[in-house]
Design a binder for this molecule. Structure first.
Ligand code: GLA
Ligand code: ZN
Length: 688
């Protein structure tokens, strides 16, 4: 038996190492039905559920009037869950405001970009992040909760707020207090020197110079740096609000804290929360329609999982929400077919999640999410397809507890940076070219298909440990990013930068001296103009060494590049592009810097990625993997786990080298036959 400390990472929550299985539990909506509350923990046990996220929107039940706290119901919930072996991630209830608070202090509600303040009770999430009352009352209710439950045996940790940023433009409040805070934040950033700000933001454009700080208001689309900084400021506000919530918890409890990231991860800079959380969580809702697009969804969510992991520094994270059937919000709420729920869930475990949690345990009978899929639908019998599938997965997760805490080896990194995403969205022009996230997803795809571990990291990450770093469409250069790329190459990485990267600097001004700015020397070239190609247009490629594979062509865009000091490996060749460099390499230290000067079709991108992996000495986690089968590896010091997934309707078989067993049954395996949407987790020793 391996010793506990032989694990790659400590467990995300205290207690024995295990995979968490559970989800959002909203008993405050069922207080009038004690028999339902009594049944819940018993059914949880039956479903193999060992975790519940409690109290996420329960502020009004906990504090029905100012300073009157009702904990009896929550005591009962915690005790009953504990009695059935269900641990609790207790939520700070700040993602929805009680009506009494919003009626007495309408300023806790968020002001939209058009200046309209939301009415008390309107929607949820999204308070005014600066409101002193909101901050004070949040700290009070959290303090009381943390004090009461810090020592409760059911407590696993703290679920801070819920999906900061929420829907729409919810990450940014436009009220006078927030805007005044923005001006103060800018004064600090520019050392109180308005002229410096004017220069940095290029406000001479169309006579936009500011004569006083009071003239600065978010929204003027002509000064793009203004709105980029408004995004940065609002992110800092969320990070500050999160810090306030965690500080209130920490007055009483040292248990782990997390918050659930969501959507495209771009509403605020999740790095602004880095260092505050013990582990990150993500809410994943792939739309499965029974079409070829399903595979894209599986991959897209693997990418989001890889980004959540990357954001957390590579450690295990938690799939905090997912739907065991279908959210009513989906365009086509088609039931998940056999195997799909299990595959989606285990694909997140394969990306480093130490568990599978749902929204939600039991759907309410009213409110706008009453038809949202849940483990239990209202008070209907639990004898259902979904409940049975959840229970099967619960057994599987219990059987995979040796995998909890495992590392997710990732020799490759794909850079996606939220500031580039914002900058491209705020930028006038380039609207027909890929956005950073779409580009990063596309470049991650061939690695995923090939069974190669890849983190998604932002441009602030330390890249030194990666052997391959892909920089697609990282439009804005964060301070130090160019240096970190070169340091990675020096240390032995193959670093690929594309021509949609390195266009603007931190102040949203075009990089000095021409593209790719400070990377010109390291790449040994300069780029002059970018050409936008029609959808039906492509430029032929001359590729004597086969870096791009058969049928390669430049599509979408092409860059006119002048090489000073780099090998030209492939060129564009037509009447206009008479030998313009397309793919270049400059060796640097133990690695190399590569430049790609056009868009590529998916199969060409995959070919280039395989060649780059070979250059980088990166092999798939399992040799001989048939096309279509996805393999992801997690490792403990004493053994390896490989999750084999078949996200398609067609069956597949995989022949295995010796030494692998089925991680759930322990049976030795020489070959795995996977039905459509099947998953098998393998366990094996390290090669001796
Ligand atoms: C989000 C929220 C949940 C719930 C689900 C529905 O993820 O965090 O409270 O509304 O969406 O899909
Ligand atoms: Zn505000």
């Amino acid at each position: 038996m391996p010793h506990m400390t032989d694990r790659a990472h400590p467990a995300i929550v205290p207690g024995p190492y295990r995979m968490l299985h559970g989800g959002d539990y909203n008993p405050e909506q069922w207080l009038h039905r004690p028999e339902v509350l009594a049944e819940d923990p018993v059914l949880m046990r039956k479903a193999g559920v060992n975790q519940a996220s409690v109290g996420i929107f329960a502020w009004a039940a906990i504090e029905p009037e100012r300073d009157r706290f009702e904990f009896a119901w929550l005591d009962g919930v915690m005790d009953r869950l504990h009695a059935q072996g269900v641990g609790v991630l207790l939520a700070t209830p700040t993602a929805a405001r009680p009506r009494w608070l919003a009626e007495a202090h309408p300023e806790v509600m968020q002001t939209r970009a058009d200046g309209r303040r939301q009415a008390p009770g309107e929607w949820r999430h999204n308070p005014c992040w600066s409101s002193p009352v909101m901050r004070e009352r949040s700290a009070v209710v959290i303090d009381r909760l943390a004090k009461r439950y810090a020592g409760h045996p059911a407590l696993l940790g703290w679920h801070i707020n819920n999906e900061y940023g929420g829907a729409a433009d919810g990450a940014r409040c436009h009220c006078d207090t927030c805007v005044a805070g923005f001006r103060r934040w800018l004064q600090q950033r520019y050392d109180g020197d308005l002229e410096r700000l004017n220069r940095a933001w290029w406000t001479g454009f169309w006579s936009h110079q500011y004569q006083s700080w009071e003239q600065i208001r978010p929204g003027d689309a002509t000064i793009e740096a203004l709105n980029l900084n408004w995004h940065r400021y609002s992110s800092a506000q969320i990070a500050g609000f999160c810090a306030l919530e965690i500080a209130a918890v920490r007055r009483h409890s040292a248990a782990p804290v997390t918050t659930n990231l969501h959507g495209g991860l771009d509403q605020y800079d999740i790095r602004a929360l880095a260092g505050q959380l013990d582990f990150p969580s993500y809410d994943s809702y792939p739309e499965m329609h029974g079409s070829p697009g399903d595979r894209d969804q599986v991959h897209h969510h693997a990418w989001l999982g890889a980004a959540t992991r990357g954001f957390g520094g590579g450690k295990p994270w938690l799939l905090m929400e997912s739907c065991p059937s279908v959210p009513q919000y989906h365009r086509l709420p088609r039931m998940k077919r056999a195997g799909v729920h299990r595959l989606l869930s285990l694909s997140m475990v394969a990306e480093g999640s130490d568990g599978v949690c749902y929204f939600q345990w039991r759907a309410g009978r009213g409110g706008m999410e009453k038809l949202h899929g849940a483990v239990l639908m209202q008070d209907a019998p639990h004898d259902s397809r979904v409940f049975r599938e959840v229970a099967v997965l619960g057994r599987d997760l219990a059987g995979l507890s040796a995998m909890a805490g495992a590392a997710t080896p990732s020799p490759a990194a794909v850079v996606w940076d939220v500031e580039s995403e914002w900058a491209r969205n705020l930028n006038s022009g380039l609207s027909n070219l890929p956005r950073p996230r779409a580009a990063a997803v596309a470049w991650h795809r061939p690695l995923w298909e090939a069974g190669i571990g890849a983190d998604v990291v932002d441009a602030t990450a330390d890249l030194a440990a990666y052997r391959l770093v892909v920089v697609p469409c990282v439009f804005l250069l964060r301070p130090g990013f160019a240096e970190r790329l070169q340091a990675a190459a020096n240390a032995g990485a193959q670093v690929l930068v594309d021509g949609l990267s390195a266009w603007v600097d931190h102040d949203f001004g075009c990089v000095g001296g021409g593209r790719p700015g400070p990377l010109r020397g390291a790449l040994g070239l300069r780029a002059e103009e970018v050409d936008h190609l029609r959808e039906d247009e492509s430029v032929p490629v001359e590729d004597p060494a086969g870096w791009l594979g058969a049928g390669a062509a430049a599509v979408q865009w092409a860059d006119r590049v002048h090489v000073a000091d780099a090998e030209v490996l492939a060129r564009l060749r037509d009447r206009f592009y008479d030998g313009t460099p397309l793919l270049t390499r400059k060796r640097l230290g133990a690695g190399a810097m590569w430049y790609l000067a056009s868009g590529l079709r998916p199969e060409t991108r995959a070919h280039l990625m395989h060649r780059l992996c070979t250059e980088a000495g990166i092999a798939p986690c399992l040799p001989g993997l048939p096309a279509g089968v996805i393999a992801r590896e997690r490792t403990q010091p004493d053994r390896r786990f490989i999750t084999l997934m078949n996200p398609s309707d067609a069956p597949a078989s995989v022949s295995l080298p010796t030494g692998w067993t089925d991680a759930l049954t322990g049976a030795p395996l020489a070959r795995v036959d996977l039905a459509g949407w099947d998953v098998r987790v393998l366990s094996g020793g390290w090669p001796s």
